[in-house]
Write a new protein. Structure first.
Length: 149
């Protein structure tokens, strides 16, 4: 019974790669309401991600990942479109393979450095600054340890 649950968990949290799109291993949600809500989440996340491409300070990567996850569980057609998109597709394909482009690493490093400088300059609660910068340093260490495509 445990091996069946583990297999279901792995299938639930995996995202199919491009060649597997026609015969996806990600189970479609059977509950109509849940599937509809996931589809709405995918569309909203995709819209926010597109806004993040043009609005400074609004991240797009996190929303693309969320949109791909929700679309994989609600709409194979939308999921395939996201994976084939000229801007979002390569990011998701690299992410699925556990790779992160150097450009993304540098963008994250610059954004977190600017954020840390602003926090040091304007946040008066020292523990908040220390905890936040420590978290950013941990994330940056993890990011830079990821292989590049």
């Amino acid at each position: 019974m445990k091996s069946l649950e583990n297999t279901q968990d792995q299938a639930m949290f995996s995202t199919p790669s491009l060649p597997e799109l026609e015969h996806s291993t990600v189970p479609a949600t059977s509950n109509r309401l849940k599937r509809w809500l996931l589809h709405v989440l995918a569309l909203l996340s995709l819209a926010i991600a597109m806004l993040g491409l043009v609005l400074p300070g609004l991240p797009s990567t996190e929303f693309i990942l969320l949109a791909a996850w929700a679309a994989a569980r609600s709409s194979p057609r939308l999921h395939a479109w996201i994976l084939r998109h000229r801007l979002f597709g390569p990011l998701l394909t690299d992410w699925q393979q556990g790779k992160l482009p150097r450009r993304a690493k540098w963008a994250a490093t610059i954004a977190m450095t600017i954020t840390a400088i602003i926090m040091v300059a304007f946040v008066t609660h020292l523990p908040s600054v220390v905890i936040s910068i420590s978290c950013m340093a941990t994330v940056l260490t993890w990011l830079w340890c990821r292989p590049e495509p």
